[in-house]
Write a protein that binds this ligand. Structure first.
Ligand SMILES: Cc1cc2nc3c(=O)[nH]c(=O)nc-3n(C[C@H](O)[C@H](O)[C@H](O)COP(=O)(O)OP(=O)(O)OC[C@H]3O[C@@H](n4cnc5c(N)ncnc54)[C@H](O)[C@@H]3O)c2cc1C
Length: 467
């Protein structure tokens, strides 16, 4: 597409955005002024110079227009913004790192409670704990903890927000060694639907502490989270990329590797389309003795990778650079399969003719994350198996949008008969059935806690429980 056509498209989209913002009913001026008089952060309304930037989220497929973005300056602001939204009868969305696949951290015509300014991480080396503000990103916690040779398992992408991540479960390269992010949560401060700020932990409100370890943003707004830390300095990590072709053989090799992989070895497989057919890539992070790590990788090196970027480096460097991502419009969904080998023929068939800008991400589950019982926390994905994240992207021209969405949904449907769960944080779609599938044996308990702590379903812009 030519530059002129693109400029015209941008102009049309901006004009449509301006019209959409104007179409919003004005907020009650007196109530807004009252809120502003005690608000430490910034209140951003349609028409403000920073409104356009502030309403954007990572997934550019979503173009929502909130009536107010309350960028909170402290925890009291969070309660104030929530009270304002409730008094005005406005929908609420809560935003940390803004990476929600389904665009649920922004809402049309409501109040976005934005926690980006509530970052800040403090580390207690003696107790091996870190407390982070709910606006902190994965990289912020890695930077703060690595100064002391410590780490906690957060996302495999540096810009993912720690709150959205942990409340929904939290998977990353260290989950086989140290468990999910939510397994390392020691306590959190939470503002509940009625505006009370409480501490939740094993000792304080244990029912809520159970629910927020996987139950997402359904139960309140976390303002800070405390994590358990582990000693970790260097890891053997990076990418092995194979030339196009041999997908079936490489996936079978991957199935054999994950069936016997030790806890120290965090892995993600990826199938990507090219003009010459699909290619396989493996992201590796070995957080143990590097000699053993190299030994585990020996057969993979013998398979002739086109690119071998495995090296020894600090955990901070690896987790900041291995899997970064730039904001893009996309559709992603996922299925969890217990027997990855059974999914291979379906994956081989689908990826043979995949459109450009699609990918299958394979996140194997074994080790520490699977040694927690499904009902011990709300996060119910505790079986040995593999999460398959299916994704398609498109650019501003939207040329490929329908084609990639069709491809993702067709592959999802083909895999469904093998599926025994889903991960809420990697869903770009939502439905009552999907939420029930994701929570499995925990759904009924979560629904009854939702009734107890958020009977009016104030926190509903999420993978909503008991909707
Ligand atoms: C590029 C990319 C990489 C990713 N990598 C990983 C990965 O490696 N591992 C993984 O497990 N997931 C990953 N995800 C998914 C990610 O875990 C979810 O998108 C998660 O919700 C992001 O949290 P956030 O704070 O950035 O998102 P936001 O969009 O800000 O929030 C998402 C939702 O979480 C809730 N929420 C956020 N903050 C709070 C809070 N303080 N209190 C209460 N509720 C809150 C709200 O319901 C909100 O709608 C990735 C997503 C993307 C886009």
């Amino acid at each position: 597409m030519g530059r002129m056509a693109l400029d015209r498209r941008r102009f049309v989209m901006r004009a449509a955005a301006a019209l959409a913002a104007q179409a919003l009913p004005p907020l009650d001026d007196t109530a807004l002024r009252r809120l502003a008089s005690s608000f430490a952060g910034t209140l951003i309304t349609p028409g403000a110079p920073d409104y356009e930037g502030a309403r954007r989220v990572f997934n550019r497929a979503f173009d929502k227009h909130p009536a107010l973005i309350a960028r909170c300056g402290n925890t009291a602001d969070v309660a104030r913004a929530l009270a304002f939204a409730r008094e005005q009868g406005l929908p609420v969305a809560v935003r940390g790192g803004g990476h929600n696949r389904a665009g649920l951290s922004v809402c049309d015509g409501g109040v976005v409670i934005d926690l980006a300014s509530l970052g800040g991480v403090t580390v207690d080396v003696d107790k091996q704990r870190a407390r982070a503000g709910a606006g902190a990103l994965t990289v912020h916690v890695d930077v703060a903890t690595q100064k002391f040779g410590l780490a906690t398992p957060l996302a495999g992408c540096p810009t993912v927000g720690i709150a959205g991540l942990t409340l929904g479960g939290g998977e990353g390269f260290l989950m086989t060694k140290f468990g999910a992010a939510c397994d390392n949560l020691v306590s959190a401060r939470l503002i509940t639907a009625n505006g009370r700020e409480i501490e939740v932990s094993d000792r304080a409100h244990p029912d809520l502490f159970w629910a927020i370890r996987g139950g997402g943003g359904n139960f309140g707004i976390a303002t800070s989270l405390e994590f358990r830390l582990h000693a970790l300095t260097d890891v053997l990590a990076g990418t092995l990329a194979y030339p196009p072709g041999r997908i079936e053989a490489l996936l079978e090799e991957f199935a054999r590797l994950i069936a016997h992989a030790p806890d120290d070895l965090g892995l993600v497989g990826q199938v990507l389309p090219t003009d010459n057919g699909a290619r396989f890539q493996m992201l590796v992070c070995h957080a143990g003795d590097p000699t053993q790590g190299n030994e585990l990788l020996r057969p993979w090196r013998a398979l002739g990778p086109a690119e071998d970027k495995i090296r020894t480096a600090s955990w901070l460097e690896i987790n900041s650079t291995m899997n970064p991502a730039a904001p893009a419009a996309h559709f992603q969904t996922n299925v969890f399969v217990r027997d990855f080998a059974k999914a291979i023929p379906i994956l081989v068939n689908a990826t043979a003719n995949a459109p450009p800008n699609t990918r299958v991400f394979m996140v194997p589950f074994y080790g520490a994350i699977t040694r927690v019982r499904p009902t011990d926390t709300a996060f119910a994905l505790r079986q040995v198996g593999c999460e398959l994240d299916l994704m398609g992207r498109w650019d501003e021209t939207r040329k490929d949008k329908e084609r990639v969405i069709e491809w993702v949904t067709a592959l999802r449907d083909a895999l469904r008969p093998l599926s025994s769960g889903a991960y809420v944080n990697q869903l770009g779609e939502t439905s009552d059935a999907l939420v029930r599938t994701a929570y499995g044996p925990n759904y009924a308990r979560l629904a009854s806690l939702k009734k107890k702590y958020d009977p009016d379903n104030v926190f509903r812009s999420n993978q909503n429980i008991g909707a």
